[in-house]
Design a protein around this ligand. Structure first.
Ligand code: GDP
Ligand code: IMO
Ligand code: MG
Length: 426
C-alpha cells in the first residue's frame, strides 16, 4: 500500500497542482488518471509559475517519473507543446521519465469541433465546457470507436480508424451543424508527425505503476477537476465527462483500489466554480469580488473569471464521504485575510427541512438555501506563516471548524501559491 491519491473536493481549481508538486517527494512515480487538457494545474516554485494541462505536476522534480494513464484523454498537439515548453526551461522530458499509456484515448480535431458546435447550438443551458473536446472524446471511448495512443504504432490501423470515425462525424458536423466536412486524408496527414513523436513515449503504464507499488517506491495519483464535476456524482449535467473521484485512481491508471494508502482531498478555503451550474454559496456582492480579485480567480485553462462564494461544508462533507478522505489540504487560506467576518455553509434548507448532504435529485441543488455560521476573520497577512502555532487564532479556529464540519482532519494548509508557503498540521 504505497499509493497516495490527490484529488479535488469542490468544482476544480482547488490547488491540486501545488499539492501534487509538494507530495511528489514521497513518490517515485506520479500518474494522471483522468481528464485531459480541460485541466490547468499551477505550480509556483521560487516565484516561477508553471501551468500544466496534461503532464503530471511532479515533472519539476527531475529524479521522478511522470506517467499518463489509460483514463486520460490526450490531445497530442497540446501534449507535445507542453513537452517542448518544459524542455526549453531545462526540464528533462525524455521518455526515460515521461510515459503515456498505449490505452490512453486521443482527442481528435472533430472532438473539439463537436464540443464547440454543441455548446453553440444550446439555446439556454450551456454547460460552459472548456471547448477542448473532452466530452466527445469520452463519448467515442464509450462507443468503442475511439482512437488510442497505441494506434500510433500501426499506420494502417490508424488510417482505417480515422476514416471510419470521420465518416460518422461528418454526418454530424456537416449534416447537423452546417460545418465544413473534414477530409480524412488531411486529418491523417496532420496527425502523423504528432503521432510519431508521441509514439516515443508509449509504455506499459499499468506495469510501471504496479512495479513501483510493489517495490514500495510510492505512487502519487493526480486527479483533475473536482468531486462535484464528477460524471456520476457531480451536479449533472453541469459536469465533466470523467470520474473525478479518488476511486477512479485505480481504474484510470491500471492498479487495484487496495493499493491506495491515503486520499488527500484538496479544498479551497472558500468555493469557486467556472462554467455553468448550481452554486448555493455563490456571492454576487462585494465579498465575492473580494475573493475573486484577492484570490486572482481566473481559469488557468480558459482565462474565464471564476465564480466565487463561501466554503460549502455540505459539499465538502459529501466529498469526504465519496472519496474516503484521510487528510484535507486546505488551500488559499491567505485569501480570506482582511475580512471582518467569514461565513461557512453548514447545511441546507430544502423543501422545509434542514439537510446535511446535497439532495440527490437532478437540479435540486439550485433550490436549496444555505444555512450559514459566521466566524470572526483575521487582519494579519499569513503568507509568511510556516507553522500551525504562528497562524492567527481566528484562522486556526476556522480550520478546526472545517475539520469538524467535514468529518476529516486537515493535514496540509496552503498560505500562498509558492511551494514554500505551506504548513503541515500534525
Ligand atoms: P488546480 O487546477 O486544482 O491545480 O488549481 P489551479 O492551478 O487551476 O488554481 C489554483 C490557483 O491558486 C493557482 O493560481 C495557484 O497558483 C494558486 N494557489 C494555490 N495555492 C494557493 C494559496 O494557498 N494561496 C494563494 N493565494 N494562491 C494559491
Ligand atoms: P482542474 O483540473 C475547473 C469545468 C468546465 C465546465 C465543465 C465541463 O484545473 O481543476 P469540460 O471541458 O470538462 O467538458 O467542461 O467542467 N471544468 C473545470 N473547472 N477546473 C477544471 O480542471 C475543469 N475542467 C473542466 O468549466 O463547467
Ligand atoms: Mg485548474
Amino acid at each position: 500500500m504505497a499509493g497516495i491519491v490527490v484529488h479535488g473536493a469542490q468544482w476544480g481549481d482547488e490547488g491540486k497542482g501545488k499539492i501534487v508538486d509538494l507530495l511528489t517527494e514521497k513518490a517515485g512515480i506520479i500518474v494522471r488518471f483522468h481528464g485531459g487538457n480541460n485541466a490547468g494545474h499551477t505550480l509556483v516554485v521560487g516565484g516561477e509559475k508553471t501551468v500544466l494541462h496534461l503532464i503530471p505536476s511532479g515533472i519539476l522534480h527531475q529524479s521522478k517519473r511522470c506517467v499518463i494513464g489509460a483514463g486520460v484523454v490526450l490531445d497530442p498537439e497540446v501534449f507535445l507543446q507542453e513537452v517542448d515548453k518544459l524542455a526549453a526551461k531545462g526540464v528533462d522530458m525524455s521518455p526515460a521519465r515521461l510515459a503515456v499509456s498505449l490505452r490512453t484515448h486521443v482527442i481528435m480535431p472533430y472532438h473539439k469541433m463537436l464540443d464547440a458546435a454543441r455548446e453553440a447550438a444550446k439555446a439556454g443551458a450551456k454547460i460552459g465546457t472548456t471547448g477542448r473536446g473532452i466530452g466527445p472524446c469520452y463519448e467515442d471511448k464509450a462507443s468503442r470507436v475511439g482512437i488510442r495512443a497505441g494506434d500510433f504504432l500501426d499506420e494502417e490501423l490508424l488510417a482505417a480508424k480515422v476514416a471510419h470515425a470521420i465518416k460518422e462525424k461528418n454526418a454530424l458536423l456537416a449534416g447537423l451543424y452546417g460545418l465544413e466536412p473534414l477530409d480524412p486524408a488531411k486529418v491523417l496527414a496532420d496527425l502523423k508527425p504528432l503521432a510519431k513523436r508521441v509514439a516515443a513515449y508509449l509504455a506499459d503504464v499499468p506495469g510501471m505503476v504496479q512495479q513501483a507499488l510493489k517495490s514500495g517506491e510510492g505512487v502519487l495519483f493526480e486527479g483533475a477537476q473536482g468531486t462535484h464535476l464528477d460524471i456520476d456524482h457531480g451536479t449533472y449535467p453541469f459536469v465533466t465527462s470523467s470520474s473525478c473521484l479518488a476511486s477512479n485512481a485505480a481504474a484510470g491508471s491500471g492498479c487495484s483500489p487496495r493499493d491506495m494508502a491515503s486520499v488527500i482531498s484538496v479544498v479551497k478555503a472558500y468555493t469557486t466554480r467556472v462554467g455553468s451550474g448550481p452554486f448555493p454559496t455563490e456571492l454576487t456582492c462585494a465579498h465575492g469580488d473580494h475573493l475573486q480579485s484577492v484570490g486572482a480567480e481566473f481559469g488557468a485553462t480558459t482565462g474565464r473569471k471564476r465564480r466565487c462564494g463561501w466554503l460549502d461544508a455540505v459539499l465538502l462533507r459529501e466529498a469526504v464521504r465519496l472519496n474516503g478522505t484521510t487528510g484535507l489540504a486546505v488551500t488559499k487560506l491567505d485569501v480570506l485575510g482582511g475580512l471582518d467576518k467569514i461565513k461557512i455553509c453548514t447545511g441546507y434548507l430544502y423543501e422545509g427541512e434542514t439537510i446535511l448532504y446535497p439532495p440527490q435529485r437532478e437540479g435540486a441543488l439550485a433550490h436549496v438555501e444555505p444555512i450559514y455560521e459566521t466566524m470572526p476573520g483575521w487582519k494579519d497577512d499569513i503568507t509568511g506563516c510556516r507553522t500551525w502555532e504562528s497562524l492567527p487564532e481566528a484562522a486556526r479556529k476556522y480550520l478546526l471548524r472545517v475539520e469538524e464540519l467535514a468529518g476529516a482532519p486537515v493535514s496540509v494548509i496552503s498560505v500562498g501559491p509558492d511551494r514554500e508557503q505551506t504548513i503541515y498540521k500534525g
